[in-house]
Each structure stands twice: as C-alpha cells, then as structure tokens.
Design a protein. Structure first.
Length: 205
C-alpha cells in the first residue's frame, strides 16, 4: 500500500507516520518511510533550496517546479520500486501538498497545478491519504511552543496563507474518497487508532 499524510505544518503528521510504521512492522509488514521534499540524493539537495529561509526571493513558479522535480525523482527512484517489492510506503506529504500549498496557498491556477501533478506522479496515486486537520490558530500555537526548533521558509508563512492551504485540503477531501479527514485536536492515540481502522478497512476491500 501507498499511504500519504497531509495537513498544514505542525498538525502532527510525522508522529502518526512513525506510529503507523511501528504498528505495521509489529504485524510483520515491510515498511518504507519517506518525506517530502526529499528522499533521494537529488531530492534532498532540492529540499535545502526550498526550505532555506534565506531564499525568500524564490518565485512561486520556481517553488512549484522545484517541489515537483523532487517528487518526480522520489516516485521513480524510491516509491515505485518499493511498491513493486510489496512494501507499505508511508509518505510525509505528497502531491496533495502541491495542490494545497501552491494551488491554494500561492494561488497558482488549479488546472496548471493538476497538469504538473499528473506529469510528475503518473499512475503512482496513494491508496489512502490522511488529512490531519487543525485550525491555523492551533498551528500558530504549536509553532511557538518549541522555541528551540528553527522554522524553515514555508513554516514562516502567515496565517492567511495557511487558511488558504487548509481550504485547499478540504476541497481535495470533497473530491477524493481516498482522503480521510481526521481531527488533529484529538490526542495522539485516538488519531492513531482511527488511522489503523481506515487502513484495515481498506485492506479488507
């Protein structure tokens, strides 16, 4: 299975990826975790450019193509080969992030975003996507709770940007049955149990 995790920054995606990995491995599955942008040598170099807060002059056009270039490499170099070898591939972000962040957040026309996404991922579409939703006010609170963590270029975005991104995720969830909306304000264990329920439901079908 190919399972992706989405949501605005600080929603708790990374924690849930790790918990699902542990659950699946305890069940005897082989699991590969990936993150976006990144996951290959080339993609990690692109990640450095994208998230470096010195690059505030990065244009929105450059941004979407860099994210997409990183993903194209990841799909062909990692995701497809691991899926062919019967792994459960868990990704912290995937193409829905581009629709939400660049399409809604940066306001790049959605038909253009869709064309780019289609070219980049081809038939490598997630089986399940978990959108962990939190209000932007909660994201802002979590952002400042750990002052030792240095924020990247995207994380320094303002609330109005994140409001548009969140709206983008709800737009996608209405269109795509594979996207399951989870209340990110619940405790970590409750969210984890909901994820397991959805994974097991998918496996039975």
């Amino acid at each position: 299975m190919f399972i992706t995790f989405e949501g605005i920054d600080f929603c708790g995606k990374s924690t849930q990826v790790k918990l699902l990995k542990e659950f699946l491995e305890n069940r005897g599955e082989t699991v590969k975790i990936i993150r976006e942008p990144g996951g290959t040598e080339i993609s990690e170099k692109i990640r450095e450019i994208l998230l470096d807060k010195k690059h505030f002059n990065l244009t929105i056009e450059t941004e979407i193509f860099l994210f997409s270039a990183s993903r194209a490499q990841l799909v062909r170099e990692v995701i497809q080969p691991y899926l062919e070898n019967k792994y459960y591939v868990l990704s912290d972000r995937f193409h829905d992030s581009t629709t939400a962040y660049q399409g809604f957040g940066r306001e790049i026309p959605l038909p253009i975003v869709e064309q780019i996404n289609n070219l980049v991922i081809g038939k490598t579409i997630p089986d399940l996507t978990f959108f962990i939703d939190i209000p932007t006010e909660e994201a802002e609170k979590r952002k400042h709770q750990n002052s030792s963590v240095e924020l990247d270029r995207i994380e320094l975005s303002k609330n109005d940007f994140y409001e548009r991104v969140r709206k983008g995720y709800f737009y996608l969830a209405e269109k795509e049955p594979r996207i399951k909306v989870l209340n990110g304000l619940q405790d970590i264990t409750t969210i984890h149990k909901e994820i397991i329920t959805e994974v097991e439901k998918f496996e039975k079908n």
